[in-house]
Design a protein around this ligand. Structure first.
Ligand code: ASP
Ligand code: MG
Length: 420
């Protein structure tokens, strides 16, 4: 059994969707579970629908949703001939579900509605893909992953119930391979025991694919992306970024932790626990070698660079010059949870704590206000956080000369510099 995951960028246009059967044919004869994300920026567009609905702008929500509806119908029309009507019927059922909900008045919290609306993105993309693959001669079984992935009711960041999900994989998913070699399903979404839709956190499709790889004891998971593989820096920021052809699980977890936009951070553990290799490959050219991630200890990795713009530094100073101590620190961490922020860097001293965060103005303001009960607060904006793993003097010099440093944290392996 092998698991494939195609992200939003690999299915964001008719041309790219046409590439999927080309890739799949190269693996004919294998039992394969294929996990697909919503097309292109659909999830962002659906977020806007949920926000409009929740703030009472029903007409706007319906209008925004109508655009998503048209885009999907148009894509289906371009791709499908024989299967168009059947696919259209399936799409329309999903449209109707959302439209009904948008006619209600919100009575529960936002996160619940967010998940009920946003989950439709992957249901639409996979419905179109399933019909298109069938029409291209690739028999496949489509399944609503909400019937398989059971989660708790922590909407927008739901946790998987591994026992129930494992049972459903054995009893409901595996038998489908008796019909066809290929089963097609959605990433990112699941359902509670009350059949309410949930999502696993943005970009969560990688994680879904890893969960299936684990539960199905897959030989490997391949994530198909629009890049060559895992690079040592973002090629948009660093044109000389290079491919890393081999990595290990721990390094990838570290990279994701420091904000490298490679793979969803939750993806690695389910694979690592069963020693399942992860391949990151380019769907634009499947003959490129890509990156393999597995359990080897690796020497001589190149410097891995993560550059995060739009950072703020929140400087907290104890009010009466007393020590910050455990109470201050504990209070501050509790605040992070309440405001739902994840600091990118924290440095504590005797009478002060410095916290570096992504600059989301509303959240930063809430945090600063709440922290003002305990500390004197100063906020500094317009900063960039540079992280280099496996650094050496040469890269460090090259990336910091002429920049004004505000804060530095350094271990043998990793250096982080907050700078203007
Ligand atoms: N469609 C979801 C998102 O954009 C999940 C994913 O792409 O992994 O966040
Ligand atoms: Mg995506």
């Amino acid at each position: 059994m092998i698991i494939f995951k195609f992200g939003g960028a690999s299915v964001n246009s008719v041309d790219r969707i046409r590439q999927v059967p080309v890739i799949l044919r190269q693996f004919a004869g294998e039992k394969m579970l294929v996990v697909i994300s919503a097309m292109g920026k659909t999830t962002n567009a659906l977020e806007k629908v949920a926000e409009a609905f929740y703030s009472g702008h029903r007409e706007e929500a319906l209008q925004l949703f109508a655009q998503i509806r048209e885009q999907h119908l148009t894509t289906a029309k371009y791709l499908l001939v024989k299967n168009y009507l059947a696919a259209e019927a399936q799409l329309k059922d999903f449209f109707t579900e959302v439209e009904w909900l948008l006619h209600d008045k919100p009575v529960r919290d936002f996160d619940y509605y967010y998940d009920q609306v946003v989950c439709v993105g992957e249901l639409l993309s996979t419905s179109i893909m399933s019909a298109y693959l069938a029409e291209s001669g690739i028999g496949n079984q489509w399944i609503d992953v909400r019937d398989i992935i059971r989660t708790d009711a922590n909407f927008r960041d739901a946790a998987i119930d591994w026992d129930v999900t494992g049972r459903k994989v054995r009893e409901e998913l595996l038998p489908l391979f008796g019909e066809d070699d290929l089963v097609l399903t959605q990433g990112f979404i699941g359902a509670t025991s009350d059949n309410e839709s949930t999502t696993l956190g943005r970009e969560g499709s990688d994680y879904t694919a890893a969960v299936f790889a684990n539960l199905l004891d897959a030989e490997g998971l391949t994530i198909w992306k629009d890049v060559e593989g895992v690079m040592n820096a973002d090629p948009k920021q660093f044109p000389d970024a290079r491919l890393i052809s081999e990595l290990n699980y721990d390094e990838v977890i570290e990279m994701a932790y420091y904000g490298a936009q490679v793979i969803h951070p939750k993806t690695i553990k389910p694979l690592q626990n069963k020693g399942i290799p992860l391949f990151v490959k380019c769907f634009l050219d499947a003959s490129l070698p890509g990156t393999v991630i597995h359990n080897k200890s690796l020497k001589g990795l190149p410097p891995i660079i993560v550059l995060k713009p739009e950072q703020v530094l929140v400087q907290l100073h104890s009010k009466d010059f007393s020590f910050v101590g455990e109470t201050g620190t504990a209070g501050l961490y509790a605040l992070f949870g309440q405001v739902r922020v994840k600091p990118n860097l924290i440095q504590s001293g005797a009478v002060s704590i410095q916290v570096c965060l992504d600059d989301r103005p509303a959240k930063v303001e809430r945090l600063a206000l709440a922290a003002a009960d305990l500390f004197d607060v100063v906020v500094e904006r317009g900063l960039t956080l540079l992280t280099i793993r496996h650094y050496d003097a040469a890269v460090l010099g090259r990336l910091t000369t002429g920049r004004k440093e505000v804060l530095r944290q350094q271990t043998m392996e990793t250096v982080q510099i907050l700078m203007h």
